[in-house]
Structures are given as structure tokens and as C-alpha cells.
Design a protein around this ligand. Structure first.
Ligand SMILES: *Cc1c(COP(=O)(O)O)cnc(C)c1O
Length: 359
């Protein structure tokens, strides 16, 4: 069985965890501070705030930017549920905009129609490891006085015009085991804004101003030193992991682009894709047929995501009635196949051979 995702853990991470365990400082301490400063440096922001996971990073990033009851946040429906749920947690309303079918990301040309006097922020997702059209989105933010919050949970190290995602607005990352780097569970907020940084740090730790004094309703969304120690090892290897993902993707595209029942993921000269997922579109309603073949062949796959958020029972219940034709169409066509750094040449060749046989 070739798994769709596999975390790359070596002796180094195991030793790092062991040394934290033996130190006695096993909750939030020095390793978290070190991980934050190295992550900020990697992304190219002044500050980074580590959290317990990517969802809590989004939740706090929204609150720290003043998003709450009565606000609207424009985002995509073609994403993991945490993107929009984090908006709901704050009391604000996610407003969905359709995607561009080639990039799978929010279509900036449709955003301005959805801006109202309640709109406070735009939250693009850099889906599958590829930057959204961040320049156009940033322009809309500036023209309409909106905040930019990037869901970069799948895009550690991805670039737009040579600049890393997560550095354009407030960035939110996840270190779940399937992501490009992991801390087991974990998340990170990145920002250049001192006030967002200070509010985030406070909200992460019970709204504590000084020890046992509270001036805001905060949470316990802290990362532990055990997780941070894993993250520090992983961060050193992130560029290497991303290079391997890109090489694997290049190989797959070279071979699979010859097949006419599918469409390979599109890349753009000004965007450095980090292939969190390698996602194909299967034409003519043949996805189910292909899935059976992959299952038989022992090739892992994933459908990210089979049901767009505006169609989820939770959102229907909340009154969502959007029609997002491109999102809905693409959700029926996508399939992601293994692209992770632990794939061997034989695995890639085997995957290609199975796709070539499927006629
Ligand atoms: C993984 C992910 C999240 C949530 O991160 P967790 O660490 O699982 O909480 C949010 N948004 C997107 C797009 C993700 O892929």
C-alpha cells in the first residue's frame, strides 16, 4: 500500500522529544519561543505565535484582528471545514466566493460583489500548497479597507512573486501530521503587526495580561515544548521536503499529462507550489471507476474535498443557499494521489503505470 501521506520522522525528532521529556519542561517553555522565532524568520515576518493546532491559529488570528459578531469574512467554500468554522467561532459570518477551476483557489474577480458594509476581512486559502492570487486580493483589501488573513495551513514555504505566503497578511499554519511539516498537532500565526502579535499571545493564554490578571476572554491554545522540539527539527528539513514534493509532482505531470481522461495540476511561473497535495481532475464522471482501480492496486488517494462547505448540513442549517458552480463541479472531479517526500522512484513509476492502464 502506498499511503497518500506519511510524516517524515527520524532519529533526530525522537532524540529531541526525549531531551524535552528529560528536561522536565514538558509544557510551554523555551522550545516554543525558539520555534516561533525560527518560523518567523523562515516565513519572513517580524513575529510568530505558536498554537495548539491550525484551527486555533485561525480562531485567534481572526479575534486578534478584531473579527467578531456582526462582521463578515470573505473566503472559499472549497477548503477544509476549519477555515470557515473558525470564522463562526468568533461570531462572525463566513461569506463564500467561487473558485478558479485551474488553481482551485478563490477567484479574486468575484470578491468585490460580495463586499458589504459588514465585511471586515478576506481569508484566502492557499489550497494544496499553491498561493492564491494574493496580489489581486491584497489590492481589494487596500481599496476596501479590509484585513487580509491567509489560511496557509497547506502551504509552508509556498511563494508568490518570490515572497512566502503567510507574510502578506496574518498567516495561519497547521502542523498536523499530513501537512508539509508536523509537530504532531500544532499551529502557528505569522504577522508583522505588533498589536496582532500581542493580542494573539494573550488570547492563546487565557487572556492573561500579567500572571493571574485577565482583561480578555482567552483560551488555552498553547503549544507544548514537546511539539515545538519536533517542529524545530522539521523546519530545518522543510525546504528539502518541498523540493522532493516538487520533483515528485514534476515526474507525475510529465507522465500523466499524456492521458486524456484527466487534467494535471496547473502551475504558474510566479508561484512556487509546495504540493501539499498533487490533485488531478478526472473528466467525464470517471472518478468512481478510477477509485476502484486505485483501491485494487493499493494506491492511497484522497478527495479534498467531496462536499463544499456551503453544501454541508451544518451550513445548510445556518441558512446558506449559495450556488457556486465551479466549486461544485470541481468537488466532483478532484482526486489527490501520493506526492509526499517518502515516495520512492518505484512507487511513482507504479502509480503512473496504473494510471496508464486505466483507459
Ligand atoms: C489542516 C487545515 C486546517 C486546520 O489545521 P489543524 O491543525 O488540523 O487544526 C485549516 N485549514 C486548512 C486549509 C487545512 O488544510
Amino acid at each position: 500500500m502506498i499511503p497518500i501521506a506519511k510524516p517524515s520522522i527520524s532519529e533526530e525528532e525522537i532524540e529531541a522529544v526525549k531531551s524535552v521529556m528529560l528536561s522536565g519542561n514538558i509544557a510551554h517553555s523555551k522550545k516554543v519561543d525558539e520555534f516561533e522565532s525560527q518560523f518567523a524568520e523562515y516565513i519572513g515576518t517580524k513575529y510568530a505565535i505558536a498554537t495548539s493546532n491550525g484551527t486555533t491559529a485561525l480562531h485567534i488570528a481572526l479575534l486578534a484582528n478584531g473579527i467578531g459578531k456582526g462582521s463578515e469574512v470573505i473566503t472559499t467554500s472549497f477548503t477544509f471545514v476549519a477555515t470557515a468554522n473558525s470564522v463562526l467561532f468568533t461570531g462572525a459570518k463566513p461569506v463564500f466566493v467561487d473558485i478558479d477551476c485551474d488553481s482551485f483557489n478563490i477567484d479574486p474577480s468575484l470578491i468585490e460583489d460580495k463586499v458589504t458594509n459588514k465585511t471586515k476581512a478576506i481569508m484566502p486559502v492557499h489550497l494544496y500548497g499553491q498561493a492564491a492570487e494574493i496580489k489581486a486580493i491584497k489590492d481589494i483589501c487596500e481599496d476596501n479597507n479590509l484585513i487580509l488573513i491567509e489560511d496557509a495551513a497547506q502551504a509552508h514555504g509556498a511563494k508568490y512573486d518570490g515572497k512566502k505566503v503567510g507574510s502578506f497578511g496574518t498567516g495561519c499554519f497547521s502542523f498536523y501530521p499530513t501537512k508539509n511539516i508536523t509537530t504532531s498537532e500544532g499551529g502557528m500565526i505569522t504577522t508583522d503587526d505588533r498589536s496582532v502579535y500581542e493580542k494573539s499571545k494573550k488570547l492563546r493564554n487565557h487572556g492573561q495580561e500579567k500572571r493571574y490578571y485577565y482583561d480578555a476572554l482567552g483560551f488555552n491554545f498553547r503549544m507544548t515544548d514537546i511539539c515545538a522540539a519536533i517542529g524545530l527539527c522539521q523546519l530545518k528539513k522543510l525546504d528539502k521536503f518541498n523540493d522532493l514534493r516538487r520533483k515528485n509532482a514534476e515526474f507525475l505531470t510529465k507522465k500523466l499529462s499524456k492521458l486524456n481522461y484527466l487534467k494535471c495540476p496547473k502551475t504558474y511561473p510566479n508561484k512556487e507550489h509546495v504540493f501539499h497535495q498533487y490533485t488531478l481532475r478526472i473528466k467525464d464522471g470517471r472518478r468512481e471507476e478510477l477509485i476502484k482501480v486505485l483501491e485494487q492496486a493499493g494506491i492511497g488517494y484522497g478527495i479534498y474535498y467531496p462536499l463544499p462547505l456551503h453544501k454541508q448540513p451544518l451550513y445548510i442549517e445556518l441558512g446558506y443557499k449559495d450556488k457556486l458552480p465551479k466549486t461544485e463541479k470541481v468537488a466532483e472531479e478532484v482526486i489527490s494521489i501520493p506526492v509526499h517526500p517518502l515516495l520512492k522512484k518505484e512507487d511513482l513509476e507504479y502509480i503512473v503505470s496504473v494510471f496508464e492502464e486505466f483507459k
